[in-house]
Design a binder for this molecule. Sequence first.
Ligand SMILES: [Zn+2]
Length: 52
Amino acid sequence: MYDYKCNKCGAYLDPGEHCDCQSKKEELEELRYMEAEEHEDEWEERYVRSVS
Ligand SMILES: [Zn+2]
């Protein structure tokens, strides 16, 4: 029986498998950052439209 576990989240892994919980977290933060940028553009667009 294997005893491979992620030392971050405790998920059971195959031998040599790397848990993706860390990369998932990074992806989420990247997504949030991109969303924030998108909303910033939206606001700018609305501002330009309301002014002109
Ligand atoms: Zn993990």
